[in-house]
Design a protein around this ligand. Structure first.
Ligand SMILES: [Zn+2]
Length: 83
């Protein structure tokens, strides 16, 4: 599953694994890096593909909540209503 291009310009938040300090970077930045050094405690955080995927999915869900009527219809379908 590719990381969504729609989030290239979105501000994504990642927290240092050591000191829990939050950082905000663009989605395009997260796509190209694999590690980053915390500006707070200096710890080297490794951000693997699964970490990126979780980060992007979290923010994708937020985007869907903020733009529920982009196509003029409901985005949530309840299977129980069919029939
Ligand atoms: Zn830190």
């Amino acid at each position: 599953m590719p990381l969504p291009a729609a989030l290239n310009d979105a501000d994504l938040e990642f927290k240092c694994l050591e000191c829990d300090r939050a950082f905000v970077r663009k989605g395009s930045w997260f796509k190209v890096i694999s590690t980053f050094r915390c500006e707070g405690c200096g710890a080297a955080n490794r951000i693997g593909y699964t970490d990126k995927l979780a980060l992007f999915e979290k923010h994708s869900a937020l985007l869907l909540i903020m733009e529920p009527t982009a196509n003029g219809g409901p985005t949530v379908h309840r299977w129980g209503d069919v029939g």
